[in-house]
Design a protein around this ligand. Sequence first.
Ligand code: ADP
Ligand code: MG
Length: 665
Amino acid sequence: MELEKIKGIGDKSKVLLNTIGINNVEELLEYYPYRYIEYKVNNINDVKDGDEVIIIGKVDSVPLVRFFKAKLNSLTFRLYSNNKMINVSIFNRAFMKNNLTPGKVATVIGKYNEKKNTISATNILLNGVVDGSIESVYHLTSGLTNKQLTKYIDTALNMNVDVNDNIPEYLSLKYNFVKKKDALHKIHRPRNIRDIKEAKLRLIYEELFTFMFKINYLKFTKTKECNKVPKKFDIREVQDFLSSLPFELTADQKKAIVDIEKDLESTSRMNRLLCGDVGSGKTIVSVVASYMCFLSGYQTALMAPTEILAIQHYDNIRKLMANTNMRIELLVGSTKKKDKDIIYEKLENGEIDLIIGTHAIISEKVKFKNLGLVITDEQHRFGVNQRNSLRNKGELPDILYMSATPIPRTYALTIYGDMDISLIKTKPSGRKEIKTIIKPESEIKDVLYMMLEEIKKGHQIYVVTPLIEESESSEINAVTEIKNKLETAFNNKVKIGLLHGKLDKQDKDKVMEDFKEGKSKILVSTTVIEVGVDVQNATMIVIFNAERFGLATLHQLRGRIGRNSLDSTCVLIGSKNNKRLKVMEESTDGFYITEKDFEMRKEGDLFGVKQSGDMAFKIADIKRDFKVLMQAKSDSEQFLKENVINAFKNYENYYKIVNEIKSLD
Ligand code: ADP
Ligand code: MG
């Protein structure tokens, strides 16, 4: 159903909704809150010093507004509640003055200071709230408020939208799940915590069941793909190439190469995931795979998720392969039309052996003479369906996926159930360990001093700050503020680049390019630094509000540095007592860190922030919801087995899903 069907949604708001991935009413309904606020109203007579409180009362004095610096003002007034008078103060709400006239009811949320008999408020609501009521908080984009989005969703909930229910009825009955429609009501507008629990469990199960169904279906069809022409090559030539390298491969790299060799030489098609931490040396393994493919007379396509990464691969791989006869080309969006046409022609004539680029290389236009191998880097960026469309380019090319998400084996075996897996667990020796230190914000001066030292040595620095969605200052404000502060701290003598999600692609690439070339010394960004970007000269990363990041993200971010023999340092700005930050201080081993991450994420973290993980789930989190995942896995296996015979005739949704997957063939 089109978004326009909803009252209040016009062209402008439609564009805003599109930017957060909502393109129709169904998607609006599946845009779940990421957090809830529960209003437990306090009695002012029962609260203690330092308590976070919610107090409803009547405004008892005309609010007083004071202006300080350009962007700072304060508003204070008296509030009468439960026969007691208290003071309320709040920053930057001067605009509320006219609404808070004496006699008006207001709800004040904030911290109580007993000595001053004052609430330092973080929020003031006009009107009272119902005790125990729950507010849903959604991820937003600038220009769209929580109030607006809430209204749109309310309207959608009250319309007769035909929502897809992907749980087969017998399973719904077995687990006593609430109906999909009720679940949507409960997840968006819970009346109590039980509502959230019920809805979440059902929606998570549904999402994981559908996901595991697709994986199982792919696995099921894969075992039938056995008619590939095996690749033939002289392994001695590969060995010669390996001994020409300036380093010795690690045991895990060697093992992965043997796995791949066997796959290529077999009659069944390779469908392998190469999983290894950042810096573990996956690229060389994939290069060897492409070399084997070349020796057998086939072409290889290597795809990276972004243009920057593709260019980086191209530069590195050309150096590595300089002594071979392999013909290597780069094909990205910014390649000139004239050059593109030449490349298309060469690919079709078989005059290119390895083509490196973004996803565009598998577009319809590109024809290969004899594509034998497709390699995709940072696999987790692509969804299940895209995974399959890859498998269907060329005449059954072998497929190698690379992922830098170190993931415990049991999880890998489940979520990548349709693939074989090679793990690279150890990093090449001779690397310097990255030093990690936790610094509270109050000691920021030390950090600035350390930064200055690095810059004096000619090194470069990443500075990262998380997106803080609820805050009034937008993403751009947050990074710009840090950039300005740093510029002042370094007397405007250090060139600083700024990277954030609102930049368009060209500007982003330009900022990255300047940093790579050393034109800027510091790069301030939200987490948009591309996974896998390699700036060898960067020796320091400073992560602000580090507590707000998940362990996996922190680990990925830290992987941006320590890419050569120089000493490098990761500074986490946050509390020394934070458990997750401590794990980061303890170890640089990605597998250990993910293991810890999995342990720390417990079920029942109902009000917690859903971490944006490596998989695009709307509500499930494979770490937190591991038990549900395993249940969904076995349920979907059985469901598949029982219904594949009659092509899911009794299950319209699954009939559609299967056909969607098949149509990619
Ligand atoms: P990633 O797994 O993150 O893609 P890369 O393949 O980019 O890692 O490797 C990181 C760096 O380590 C590269 O500069 C690469 O040349 C180097 N490297 C790879 N394997 C080895 C090895 N066995 N010994 C020493 N250096 C290696
Ligand atoms: Mg890589």
